[in-house]
Design a protein around this ligand. Structure first.
Ligand code: RNT
Ligand code: ZN
Length: 417
C-alpha cells in the first residue's frame, strides 16, 4: 500500500468520529515551531570560550558538534530538510557573528552582528526568535539583572536593551514578529537573607530594558520563570510568581513556561488554560525534564501530547508561541534536533486529530465512563498514516527514513570535525 492509500483509509476512520484529517494537516502545516540553535553546539555560542554557566548543563561528548557559524548553519539546514511544517530559528545573543577583527561585548551588540542569521532566515523564508544571554560571561559570574553592583546591573540592562533592538531588526527584516525571551539564572545556592531585594532589582531592570522605544507589534518580550538551577538550589529571583505577576502588571509582556522549570509533579499542560485565561499570549519552552531540569530531547510522551492538546482544543494556536529548549550532547545532535522537532509536530497532530468538541461534551454531561473509553481508543487510531502522508506531502523523509540522511551527514561531515 502507498502512503496515500494508507492515508485515505485513515481519513475514513477519522471521519467516522467527526475529524477532518485534510483540515488537520492544513492547520498543522502553519503552526510555527521555533527551533533552538543551541542544540547544535551544546549552548556554547561564538562570543566566548569559557564554560557554560548559569546553573544549566549539557552532558555527553558525542563527536561532531558545530564549532563555527558555518558549521552550525549547515547542521540546522540538515534538520530543516528532515522536519516538515513551519519552522522558526531561535537564536541566543551569544551566537553573534563577528567579522574579522570585529568584537563587541554583550552590552554593545548590534543588529549587524546578527546579519548572517537574518540572511540565513530570509533565504529560507523563516522567522527568527531571540534571547539575551545572561550567562557564560565574566560579568555573569555572580548576578546579572539582580546584581547589587550597579555597574554590573547596568551592563546587563544595556544587554537587554541591545537585544530588544536586535529582535526588532529580526522582525523588520523577516517580516515575522520576533519572540524575545528573558531568562536570568540569578539566585542563591543556600538560604538567602533577603529574597525581596534581588526581585526588586530584577523588576526594575526589566522595566529599564522595556523603557526603550520599540515596536510592540513586532517584538514580543517574554519572561521565563524557573524554580532552581545547579548551584542555585535555594532561590531563583525569576520564580514562577515573579514572572507571572510581572507580566500581569506590564502590558506587552508575555509569560514563558518551560516544562523543566517546575517541581517534577507539576505539569505545564495543567497551567496553560489558566495562563490563557489571563494573558493574550503565552510562550512555551518544550523540553523533557528527567528528575530535574535535565533538558532531554522532546519525546512523543504523555506530557508533550497533553501540552499540544491544551493549545489546540482551547483554540489557542495563534496565542501560544511554541519553542523547543533542550540540549543533549550524548547523541548525534542532528538526530536530537530532528526527533524533538518531529515529535512536537506529531503531538500537535494528535491533538488536531482528536474529536475535541465531542470529548468536551462528554465531560460536561458527566459521561466519564464513555470519556475514558473514547480517550483510550483514540490512542490507537492511525495517526501514523496521517503523519506519513503529511511528511510525503511536505517532501521530507517518511518514518525512520530520515535517519539515513543523518548517518550520511555524520560520515561525510560530522566525523571530520
Ligand atoms: C534555562 C532556561 C533557558 C535556557 C536557554 C539556553 O533553564 O530554560 O531557556 O535553556 O536560554
Ligand atoms: Zn527554557
Amino acid at each position: 500500500m502507498t502512503n496515500k492509500e494508507r492515508y485515505e483509509a485513515a481519513k475514513e476512520m477519522y471521519a467516522e468520529i467527526g475529524v477532518d484529517t485534510d483540515q488537520a494537516l492544513e492547520v498543522l502545516k502553519k503552526i510555527p515551531v521555533s527551533m533552538h540553535c543551541w542544540q547544535g553546539d551544546d549552548v556554547v555560542g561564538f562570543d566566548q570560550d569559557g564554560p557554560l554557566t548559569g546553573g544549566i548543563q549539557t552532558t555527553g561528548n558525542y563527536p561532531g558538534k558545530a564549532r563555527t557559524p558555518e558549521e552550525l548553519m549547515a547542521d540546522i539546514d540538515e534538520v530543516l530538510k528532515l522536519v516538515p511544517g513551519t519552522k522558526k530559528i531561535n537564536v541566543h545573543a551569544c551566537y553573534a557573528i563577528f567579522g574579522d577583527g570585529e568584537r563587541a561585548d554583550r552590552d554593545a551588540l548590534e543588529p549587524k552582528h546578527f546579519a548572517k542569521w537574518v540572511e540565513f532566515a530570509k533565504e529560507r523564508g523563516m522567522g527568527l526568535d531571540f534571547n539575551p544571554t545572561f550567562f557564560s560571561h565574566p560579568k555573569a559570574s555572580e548576578y546579572t539583572l539582580t546584581s547589587p553592583d550597579e555597574e554590573i546591573r547596568q551592563f546587563w540592562i544595556r544587554h537587554g536593551q541591545a537585544c530588544v533592538r536586535i529582535s526588532e531588526y529580526f522582525a523588520e527584516e523577516t517580516g515575522i514578529p520576533c519572540v524575545m525571551n528573558v531568562w536570568i539564572p540569578d539566585g542563591f545556592k543556600d538560604i538567602p537573607a533577603d529574597r525581596l531585594g534581588p526581585r526588586m532589582r530584577y523588576k526594575d531592570s526589566l522595566d529599564q530594558i522595556l523603557s526603550i522605544d520599540y515596536d510592540r507589534s513586532k517584538v514580543y518580550v517574554c519572561v521565563e520563570s524557573k524554580v532552581f538551577g545547579i548551584g542555585l538550589e535555594a532561590y531563583t529571583a525569576g520564580s514562577a510568581e515573579f514572572a507571572q505577576n510581572y507580566v500581569a502588571k506590564t502590558p506587552g509582556t508575555i509569560p514563558l513556561m518551560d516544562n523543566g522549570h517546575y517541581h517534577p509533579t507539576e505539569m505545564v499542560s495543567d497551567k496553560i488554560s489558566s495562563m490563557l485565561l489571563f494573558n493574550d499570549k503565552v510562550a512555551l519552552h518544550v523540553t523533557r525534564p528527567m528528575r530535574w531540569d535535565s533538558d532531554h530531547v522532546v519525546l512523543l510522551d504523555d506530557e508533550t501530547k497533553e501540552i499540544a492538546k491544551e493549545i489546540v482544543r482551547n483554540d489557542a494556536i495563534d496565542r501560544v508561541f511554541i519553542a523547543l529548549d533542550y540540549f543533549d550532547a550524548s547523541i548525534n545532535r542532528i538526530s536530537a534536533w530532528t526527533v524533538g522537532m518531529r515529535n512536537m509536530q506529531k503531538a500537535l497532530l494528535c491533538a488536531l486529530l482528536s474529536p475535541n468538541k465531542k470529548l468536551k461534551e462528554l465531560q460536561d454531561q458527566g459521561r466519564f465512563t464513555e470519556l475514558m473509553m473514547l480517550q483510550e481508543e483514540l490512542k490507537t487510531y492511525p495517526m501514523g498514516a496521517v503523519w506519513d502522508y503529511y511528511c510525503e506531502q511536505e517532501n521530507v523523509p517518511v518514518r525512520e527514513n530520515w535517519y539515513k540522511e543523518v548517518q550520511r551527514y555524520e560520515e561525510e561531515v560530522l566525523s571530520s570535525r
